[in-house]
Design a protein. Sequence first.
Lengths: 274, 312
Amino acid sequence: MRAVRRGAFPYAITVPFAVILAFPFAWMAITSLKSNAVVNDPTHTWSFHPTLENWGFLLHHTQYVHWIKNTTLVGLAVVAITLVLALPAGYALARLSGRVGQAMGVGIFLTYLVPPTLLFLPLSRMVSTVHLAGSLWALVVVYPSFTVPFAIWLLMGFFKTIPLELEDAALVDGCSRIGALMRIVFPISLPGILTIVIFTFSLVVNEFLYAITFISSSANRTLSVGVPTDLIRGDLYNWPAIMAAILIPSIPLALVYNAFLNRFIQGFTGGAFR
Amino acid sequence: MAAVAAAPQKGGRFQHVTERRGFLASVLIAPAVIFIAATLAVPFGWAIYLSFTDATGGSLFGNGVGWRNFSTEIHDTIFRGAVWHTIVFTLISQAVVVIGAGLIAHALVRDFHGKWFLRFLILLPWAAPLALSTIGFVWIFDSDFPTASIVNWFLVHLHLADAIQPPVWLGTQRLASATIIFVEAWRVLPFATVIFIAGIASIPQEVDDAAAIDAATGLKKFWYVSLPLQLPIALVALLFGIVFTATDMTVPYLLTNGGPTHSTETLTTWAFATGIGAGAVGEGAAVALFLLPVLVIVSVGMLYFARRVEVS
């Protein structure tokens, strides 16, 4: 009897929540398969002839694919910059014991004191001054400001899980410190680094405020801004196409998150979770 | 005579410098620090400067006006409303989040059939780009015709709403607020759950064993053992949620843009409307700065409790 009750608990909680959290996406999928004539008709809420015509519209007759390209390019560039800046810093902070290391770790938390909503106005002026306004490069330069602290924090957690003995062994064998870093530490932390790549990329895809402030031309928009602004022309909403536009990045991202969740948690807790 | 002799080190002429720990650490950290200083500290200082000027539109500078921007805002009813809405939206949505996330996390730390799939479903709101899912909610709640809204469909069929005149969610004052609160809770819930899972998992097995030895099971165990241990992690989740929601501009902007008639205006949307919409950059900066006290308190709280959570 007891085993059955305990067995029911997870489902009793997760199923209702999963329904509330995921139903919007199910409804988005259903909507995306309706034709424009039927989508506003309440008599056809659940019974209709599914069609892919609006998916086709989205992919062939809007700038959606172009926005995906823009977002991907910005994402890759930002991930590269973030890794270059955060990898060495995360490693140094993970190995630095004592007050300097702690103080700097504190400094990372403090960067949350200055969110984009505080900075977007001066940054928009600064971006214009260096003639980057309207260009995707403005985003590439500014996004690392919030991805780097996040990446450093996760990396600190990952590096702490690598035993110091491994590096000491390398040092005893004649490796320089930098050599130990490159040959021993980085290869082992590859899964952790991959996790950070994924979550950094998703931070980029999610960003809205800077993207809408800095860039106004339709062709240069990113996914986050293009869909809510350009796909809605005056009063004309092509809802099925918009729904498709939402699902295309969301499902793969959720699958990837799910696959890397344990590693993310590992970095988050600095190795306490095993 | 060392029992184990270190092998001769390969390396260049500067090796004795790079081997010095402090030096290497500084060199490794410096690029990140410089970059963050340039893209965070400088604009931050500039925002403070701007809030004391009358800068407008395309300019980076303005004439000093003392505390005028702050005083104008404080005397503005829309601004006061924005402060109030920010507080209400944040606290209610995050209270819901903390309770929900705690429950889900306890369920997800066990193993059961279909866990991977259910976890996938639960992660969706976090994984989906926020601006996109928010637009999705415009469709779900309101769309062009309230009769086409799926939320109204359920309400009508449950006889909780009138079929001919169903509620206009985003166009009605309290309903619009409720929608924003719901969406903010919906999208933070998965992330908070993950934080909880991390916290629960970091409680060592010995605690479970000790509790079992002392015959503390079920509710007793939860009250005397689990809950106190999880309080720090719950607070970390709460503080993260507060920061994310209070500083979020995307959801209120895309759902209601502060309407109807500023009844859902938040500090973030008002800063955007003032600074970008109306071009009053100095005033916009002043509005945004009112977020600072909240953030300071929350950051200090985060620091304190996060350190208690870390099991090292």
